[in-house]
Design a binder for this molecule. Sequence first.
Ligand code: NAP
Length: 294
Amino acid sequence: MKVLDGKKISNDIKNEIAAEVDKMKSNEEKVPHLAAVIVGNDGASLTYVGSKVRACERVGFESTLVKMPSTTSEVELLQKIKELNENDAIDGFIVQLPLPPQIDTQKILMAIDPDKDVDGFHPTNFGKMALDMSTFIPATPFGILELLERYEVDTKGKHTVVVGRSHIVGRPMSILMGRRGWPGNSTVTLTHSHTKNITQIISQADIIITALGTPNFLKAEMVKDDAVVIDVGITRVADETREKGYRIVGDVDFENVSKKVSYITPVPGGVGPMTIAMLLKNTLLARERHRLKA
Ligand code: NAP
């Protein structure tokens, strides 16, 4: 069994991006600038956004954090997005999800300029992804592809089962694994909470990607010998032995599943750090496109 070490690979990617930024600086070129908008005070969202801003600093990007109160109206947020769309200094930006209930998330994502949509959630970018065109691929699925590629995991002709069909992870992942090319060329089954015989379907999978948010959902008896297991889940579980009062767990019973499989991602230290690294990669791409357009 080999652990797909997202912590190490994401560090490698950050070092590669930092080297690109150094080159830009020595050529006196503008460095990439990422903005992140957060609405409200959700603890997990603040942590994620904080990590994204710190990652920008680490690779030499410029970053801007826009904090808005939880009472922000849809109109106010749309106005902020308009400003960011029109601000030529900013190459790409993200709106941290989830948003408070008074705001229509889809309306907000539609308002982002597709050329600055480094999360890849705009329908234009999502459509391009589905059509194999060059675009911003959502960071978490992009990170999984990168892990499979760097560890040279064979995906051609394999049966990939994705558990969870969210717009940000499961659905794009299912499209990407079925695309022509590598990683890809898999035969994909996309499963969700209404899937019948899910245990039986998973037991036939060569590659299993779990993105549900249910701790210990995937058990050893559900997994074929030598399968590849990618655990996207991140759930905070109360743990008084930890300083923070909680620990992070994935969707997979790592201890037992890892004994049977060929490759597996740990939680933490697997897909999570890759997501941030790929957001940086998308921001670098946004800068390059912006430069070519200017
Ligand atoms: P989500 O929007 O809540 O979607 C969960 C999906 O799981 C839904 O499609 C749901 O089915 C399905 N599901 C729930 N219970 C199921 C069951 N028993 N059997 C089969 N399918 C089931 O979640 P998400 O945003 O994709 O996030 C999923 C997990 O990944 C969360 O723990 C989240 O924190 C984590 N995450 C991690 C990263 C990272 O960087 N590592 C990034 C994003 C998300 P229905 O559609 O039928 O309801």
